[in-house]
Design a binder for this molecule. Sequence first.
Ligand code: BTN
Length: 268
Amino acid sequence: MNSTFTAETLRSVLSTTLLGRRIEIHPQVGSTNDLIREAGRRGEPEGLVIAAEEQLAGRGRRGRAWTAPSGCCILCSVLLRPRFSAQYAFYLTIAASLAIRRAIYTLRPQTSDLSPAIKWPNDILLGGKKVAGVLCESELAGSDWAFAVVGFGINVNLTREQLGELRAIATSLSAEYLVEIDRASLLAGVLNELENLYLALQRGDFGAVFEEWAAAIETIGKHVVVREGSEELTGDALWVDADGALVVRLESGEERRVLAGDVTLSQP
Ligand code: BTN
């Protein structure tokens, strides 16, 4: 049912110079993030892309599992060796979220008015439901980067049945756009966009990347519940600051910066 997804088909639609200099696509792995981490430790140059048809130990944010049926999604990680300060690690997550958003926007059927949005900090939503997520992991040498792993999962050609109980909160591109999406073209789109955004960061152009991300966050201006550890905060999401923190005005009037957490929209 799903179109061919090989390193050759991906390379034939890729227009990058850095990302995808080497590409591996495996039928089954533990986690593509773990494979990239091992490659980083072996000293592989940046730009290595590893994707898989299936992961047996896929990982999501906050220690969660990331599961996807075999052969119909994008499960991919990229090895990067940033030159900018590791203090700006969050910008890799921003860049990956934006790259996915841009690529989905470009590939969507022109007849559809459904556009992807970002839910703070790094979920990509379609029609209000999660369609993709990003997991960036850094390995440091002292206070500097050794390397970074940029991992992302996109629900591409998953049927509503395959989504099962998750259907209330998650979706796939094919379920929303009602067409099968060519995974090689979509992944090439993400890598093309990610390279552009990464090179902008390498040049120190953080402002433009931040502005695009801040403008794409649909959470801003909404009444939200934020779960951070065991704490639950309710209030209005005001803006994101330069560290990527979400600033929330609590019902008491106090403004709180939230650096990591799960956000859901709530009724005021
Ligand atoms: C999230 O929790 O939203 C992030 C999900 C990230 C999943 C991807 S799939 C490819 C890569 N390998 C992993 O083990 N995780 C990431």
